[in-house]
Design a binder for this molecule. Sequence first.
Ligand code: NI
Length: 174
Amino acid sequence: MSKKNIIIEPDPILRKKSENLEKVDDDLRKLMDEMLETMYQAPGIGLAAVQIGILKRLIVIDISKSEEEKKPLFLVNPIITFKSKETSVYEEGCLSLPGHFAEIERPSECQINYLDYNGKEKKLKADGLLSTCIQHEIDHLNGVLFIDYLSKLKKDMIIKKLIKQKKEIEKIVI
Ligand code: NI
């Protein structure tokens, strides 16, 4: 199975809105498997298709710790149907913002409707880290990154550092 390259901010594709998928078939399952593998190898706990350059509403998540049994979650066309008024704060990171973390406040609970790995309609009620992770990934499908919740000053500082990081990587490659 091939590992995909993860797109790093700043990149205009990360700001685009992803489109709904029409059906869940073997080709899509192959893509879901590749995304999961890419996420595990990174390593990360969530990955949206846009992060590998595919503007489709598809997410893979696994918040289980590495020692435990893997519990992958595949979300096709996820829709948030409920967000709690109560909020919680987690220190978030993102595979498209390597090395950067920030405390982000989000609704502590959410409910979603989605299609699973087999194309079956599902509902899920999430809280804790899973709720935060789902909201972070659905943001990706709408072109939103966690740094968008920070002050302009903090956000600009992170983007500047990412541009510098990208230049360093280019130098090494050359
Ligand atoms: Ni992310």
